[in-house]
Each structure stands twice: as C-alpha cells, then as structure tokens.
Design a protein around this ligand. Structure first.
Ligand code: PNS
Length: 160
C-alpha cells in the first residue's frame, strides 16, 4: 500500500516508559503505520537486551498500525527499508532540544526525503526518562505509573 504514511519512532527503549507509550499512540493521528524501532547498538551497556526491549514493547503497545522492530546501523537506512517518510521524536524539555536538533539535521543531511517530526511529551510524562526509571528501580524506588505494567514486573525481577 504505497499511499500509507509510515512513521518510524526510534529509540533505545531501555526500558519503554509511559511517555514513549503515549507518543506511540498519539503518532497514529498522523501516521497509518508506526514502526517502533529499537536501536541494537545503544551506546551504553543496556539493562535489557535488544530481544527483551522488543518483547516488552510488543506487549505494552499493541494496536492497529503499530509494530515493533529492532534495527542496526543508520536510522535513515532502516527508515528507507520500511518505506517511512517520517521520523518521530519526543521533546520533554529545552534540554532535549540541542541533541535532537543535531540529530534531525544529520538525518536530513543523510536523507532529505525523510522528515523529522517532534511531538511534545504528554504533560504527565515530561519528567520520565528510561535512565531515571532504571536508576530509581535499581535503588528500590517505586516506578509504578511511570512504566507499563509488564515493564514494572520485569524491573522487579531484574532487581529483586
Ligand atoms: O532513545 P535514544 O537513546 O535517545 O535514541 C537514540 C537513537 C537510537 C534514535 C539514535 O542514537 C540513532 O538514531 N541511532 C542510530 C545511528 C544513527 O543513525 N546515527 C546518525 C544520526 S545522529
């Protein structure tokens, strides 16, 4: 179906949070298909393996037009492979902007046909990051409400 508007929503998702979940669902307003793209080569040593991150996402964000895949290498190559015309990224705060701005411009240089779209994170989620979720869970804090239920269970298991 060549007329489909396909968006890629890339990230490390280590682990997926309620903020990611909200953005994925809201992206469906302008994309017929949203391909959630889990980066294999996260710079840091991830808490969850690629397979675990993909599985947690698949369980947490089901719905028509939503799929989850992992990718390696350049994001624009993956976007082309799935015939996406847009890359969606969330913005939580001004501090996100510089990195996102650089990344969007680099991706535009690599492929001018793929547009990056920024969405404001939902107001209930702007303070949530995967890094804080990992840290708080590791130190025994309560992250319920910040992550999907299956992720909460996976974190409890990991840090028990
Ligand atoms: O959730 P994150 O860690 O902010 O996601 C960053 C990610 C995975 C989207 C970014 O690192 C990425 O696109 N990596 C793939 C490599 C790539 O295409 N680099 C060139 C663009 S800067």
């Amino acid at each position: 179906m060549s007329g489909d508007r396909i968006a890629v929503y890339p990230g490390s998702f280590d682990p997926v949070t309620r903020g990611h979940e909200d953005l994925i669902q809201r992206s469906r307003a302008f994309a017929d298909r949203v391909v959630v793209a889990v980066a294999v080569n996260a710079a840091k040593q991830p808490l969850f393996t690629t397979e675990e991150r993909v599985a947690l996402l698949r369980e947490a964000v089901r719905g028509p037009g939503i799929e989850v895949q992992s990718f390696q290498g350049l994001l624009v190559n993956f976007a082309r492979q799935v015939r996406a015309s847009m890359i969606v990224r969330g913005l939580r705060a001004v501090s996100d902007f510089e990195y996102e701005f650089q990344m969007a411009n680099m991706n535009r240089k690599l492929d001018p046909n793929i547009e990056t779209l920024f969405m404001m994170t939902g107001e209930d989620y702007f303070y949530i990051s995967s890094r804080f979720v990992r840290d708080v869970a590791r130190l025994g804090g309560d992250v319920s409400g910040l992550v999907p239920q299956n992720v909460l269970l996976a974190l409890k298991k990991r840090f028990k």
